[in-house]
Ligand binder design. Sequence first.
Ligand SMILES: [Zn+2]
Length: 413
Amino acid sequence: MSNPTGVGTAHRSSRAALLDSIRAAGQISRVELTRETGLTGATVSTVVRRLIDDGLVVESGRAESTGGKPAVFLSLDLDARFAVGIHLDHAGITYVLSNLGGAVVGRWRRPGAGADSPEVVVARIAAELTTFVARIGVDPDRLLGLGVVSPGPITSSIGMVLTPPVMEAWTGFPLADALQEAAGLPVLLENDATAAAIGEYWSGPIETSTCFAALYMGTGIGAGIMVNGDVYRGATGNTGEVGHVCIDIDGPACWCGGQGCVEALAGPAAVVAAARAAGLKLPGRGVVGDFAMLARDATRGEGVPRTLLLRSAAYIAVAAQALANILDLDEIVLTGPSFALAGSLYVPAIRAQLTRSFFARASHQVAVVISPHASEAAAIGGAALVLQSGLAPRRSSQRIPVVDGRPTLEPSR
Ligand SMILES: [Zn+2]
């Protein structure tokens, strides 16, 4: 790590900075923490003592002695706290339970919201959550909260404020409050792409000094943006909507109200529609199911599916380049269920585009990789959102009511 992560920078407190440094390092001594964070030895010592007393950090061995007293290593107690991530979609609801390090210890896929009313779905989620946690055998007292990921745009106080047509009933529904009431745990809401970016950061090998974007493709396309470990949220937490950049002013209408958007021209729904128009037989299992079949056929050989997917990849490469040019990115991580299926076709197209025409290419390359958790990235990100907001909050983090590493349901807003 090239940048100290001290309290003067992005973290809300010295406690947050230290916990985040211990998480990122895996194992680290107090002396190294002092160097890393820029905090004094006395502060490191006091705060680490409190983290150990709260059960979040443990002493995990000693360094090789170099003559003097060997340094004691610190690491997270991974089973000290857990968080649940929920990806709420009309086609499916995915639950994951992550430990303090962000590793998934349990997952469950259930039927989606479908045409049920939000009230019915919230009651079902609360019941399924109890079953899920009991089945894994985690003490509910160790749960920090729920991170719910749903299609954007969202607001933390209301929920979804503009929904894709299939989830219209959810527009304006107070999702966080209703679920908090039903489940008895703090609830945070986030859009899929931003959650995925936080998930990559919390559990992945991303350096704290990296400026990266998680380019997320599910049924839509968006990007979560992270700068030096801090999410870039914009005015209301709805940044990175690269799928709704217009690349053809005479292009087709998009559900967002725009015209000729990247998503309308090249998103999974557009690919599926083009395949139908070309006379291909599709299973009719919704956009993701039909796109999955096309992706499978496209990766196996030539023909119409491959032509359509490569055309989509060419458009999305242009969108990725726009994002990289505006933000001067170090890295783009492709994630979400559609990249999980077809990422191998999109990576070369995006790499080639950036090599050819990324504005700052003379200074540095932009790494393009597929997330190892692409298919469940939204739910994993929901859990990571809770861990980061609750235990190592950044200035940009949503507020989760946690006192001494324990959730509290006292009103936080
Ligand atoms: Zn649009």
